[in-house]
Design a protein around this ligand. Structure first.
Ligand code: ISE
Length: 336
């Protein structure tokens, strides 16, 4: 039998996941689309067989046919939806961020802990990118010795209206906080942010690009060039420095074309294109695990730790200081 998923939030990511679940994921179906805007819910559910358009998450959760929930509302609405879904004790995929701050993320984690098992997977989709997975494997294998440094580039063509310095940390660099934690398999202990010369293409009041510097428990140093009005396209790349070599992933992936007197490749326009295979893999593995009564992938602990890094990042950005990341002790549930 298929996993019946209620998708909460019919914005950009919600619609993307609805199409993915309905058309490309095996073993799943969309049973409900929930959005406070009834027209948006109806539009997103149209053409998806069996999908009801609803305006209240409670209606979806009260329906006994709902097996699992995918939360894709804006981050500030996640906490309520997470507590409601945890009360039903069903598998949850929550788009990043888990919640916008570490105090609310910790509340969610504690509610999950009370159930005695993991129910939440957080949508850090980069972990499902083939090159990310490959680099992580290389690091774990020890083949190149110890990982020493990570250099990241994260470039977006342009920011949506209302984008701010804080969002640059909370919306964009949150992915690198997770990437550094994923690659190093350690916690980030401190964050520093540098601003410098700003592009004239940034909205008023924003510094762009910025440099975010972090350190992990064992002293792995990581830097991020975050540049969200880079104009030319979407690029996310990493250079990992080891004792016995360097590994580059992300930027300038093939195919390379020689034609019309030039050689080179294509720059993708956005994250939906760059990470479409990663999103497919992320959702498929969530569905596969849920059908077995299980959950894997980035956990509520990962969501909580990333939220704490973002808080430190925003403070570092405002003060120019190096800010320590403070975490609660990791509960047993998340130690494996
Ligand atoms: C957006 O919210 C994302 O999650 C993208 O992956 C990221 O590249 C972008 O900067 C964010 O705004």
């Amino acid at each position: 039998r298929n996993l019946s998923v209620a998708v909460i939030g019919a914005g950009r990511m919600g619609v993307d996941h609805i199409q993915r679940l309905a058309r490309r994921t095996h073993g799943a179906e969309v049973s409900a689309v929930v959005d406070i805007d009834p027209a948006r819910a109806a539009a997103a559910a149209a053409g998806v067989p069996g999908a009801a358009a609803l305006t209240d998450i409670r209606a979806a959760l009260e329906d006994p046919r709902t097996d699992a929930v995918l939360i894709a509302t804006p981050g500030f609405l996640h906490e309520d939806a997470l507590h409601a879904a945890l009360a039903r004790d069903i598998p949850i995929l929550c788009e990043k961020p888990l919640t916008p701050d570490s105090v609310s993320a910790w509340r969610v984690l504690q509610a999950e802990e009370k159930l005695g098992r993991k129910r939440i997977q957080v949508g850090f989709m980069r972990r499902y990118d083939a090159e990310y997975a490959h680099l992580a494997e290389l690091i774990r294998s020890g083949e190149l010795g110890e990982l020493l440094m990570l250099h990241h580039q994260h470039r977006n063509p342009a920011t949506p209206p209302g984008f701010s310095n804080e969002m640059l940390i909370n919306d964009s660099v949150v992915h690198e906080f997770d990437a550094v934690r994923f690659f190093s398999a350690e916690e980030i202990t401190s964050v520093r942010v540098r601003t410098g010369k700003t592009t004239r293409n940034a909205p008023a009041g924003m510094n762009d690009p910025q440099q975010v510097l972090m350190e992990t428990t064992s002293g792995v140093l990581a830097d991020v060039e975050i540049y969200v009005n880079a104009q030319y396209g979407y690029e996310v790349g990493t250079q990992a420095v080891f004792e016995q070599g360097v590994v580059r992933i992300g930027n300038h992936a093939g195919p390379y074309l020689s034609a019309r007197g030039r050689w080179g490749g294509t720059v993708l326009p956005g994250f939906a294109e760059r990470f479409s295979a990663a999103y497919d893999r992320e959702i498929q593995s969530w569905v596969d695990a849920a059908l077995q009564g299980d959950i894997g992938g980035p956990s509520a602990w990962d969501g909580y730790a990333a939220a704490a890094c973002c808080e430190a990042g925003v403070e570092a950005q405002k003060t120019g200081r190096t800010v320590a990341v403070e975490l609660h002790e990791k509960p047993l549930l998340y130690q494996s």
